[in-house]
Design a protein around this ligand. Sequence first.
Ligand code: NAD
Ligand code: TYD
Length: 331
Amino acid sequence: MRLLVCGGAGFIGSTFARIRARDHGDEVVVLDKLTYAGRRESLNDVDHVFVHGAIEDPAAVGAAIEGADAVVNFAAETHVDRSIAEPDAFVRTQMQGTYVLLEAARERGLRYVQVSTDEVYGSIQAGSFTEDSPLRPSSPYSATKAGADLLVGSYAHTYGLEAVICRGSNAYGPYQYPEKLIPLMVLNALHGDALPVYGDGMQVRNWLYVEDFARGIGHALERGAPGEAYNVGGPDECPNLEVVRRILALTGASEDLLEHVPDRPGHDRRYSLSSERIRTLGWEPRVRFAEGLERTVTWYRDNAWWWEPIRSGEYRAYYERQYGRALRPAS
Ligand code: NAD
Ligand code: TYD
């Protein structure tokens, strides 16, 4: 199968591209705008054709989609804190970008997978969200992702586009940009920087190893029913404070580095997904959180070539804006 993987230079997209090219023999074309989060290095070991462009640009999409059998859309602005500070790009990429891709897929009668998030359901105190739960997003990030999901659903319903939506829980693993909780805490622990825990740190996330998510998206692509959404939730839930403590233990860093900082505005307390529907397609998670976290810490420890340019570049200014303090100088 020839796949157009949009946002394939990012964390989950590059993992998906690697698995599809290596294990399924798919031809992979990556279309990526290369924002701060897009890194061609993440595709060093992936057989692919690269097209530099934005999903909201019909000419770039038209060039990249030539000969494709299906489109899988990972491209998005993905960080909640950045969406609170500057929502503009979130609206453009998630809304206009998804629209341009849907039109291109519709014109050509292509199968389409929209990669989405559990955050579209909002926060849940107890129990887990199913695909029939109402969408109640709370941040500009999750609201624009929910808007994109609704647009995708309308193309399936109105035009009969063979579109499926795949909603993952919090993913973690190699190649994740260190603005997100786990890689941020791992790199700070390795460098002796403070580990900034928002509020009381008792927010709960449902952790999903990135390869498990990528395989789930593959199941939805191959076997998903048009017009359906599929939740892909990780096997374990964990409060942030415990995640951070485990990272301190795995890196051997001091507990003194842990620091409570002001909470994120509108912070969702808990996410939890029921994944029964995707299990009917034969998917199940393979990596428990304890094992995946250990693998992830080892990967960051061994792959400074990947994160060093990030930690010494634009990220430093972002970090200072976000946390009001500088990272320790690169050693
Ligand atoms: P990421 O931020 O690591 O990567 C996003 C990629 O999209 C980057 O390569 C970036 O350059 C590219 N991109 C951004 N805007 C673009 C545009 N307008 N046109 C073309 N390319 C563009 O994100 P990720 O964590 O890999 O997430 C991928 C998808 O999975 C997103 O849609 C996200 O909402 C969803 N998701 C992420 C998680 C998670 O925990 N990271 C969980 C569930 C769902
Ligand atoms: P994040 O990785 O940004 O994912 P999301 O907000 O999409 O779930 O954050 C995961 C959790 O970690 C979330 O509850 C916010 C919290 N967090 C911190 O406590 N400190 C931090 O520096 C960051 C980035 C996140």
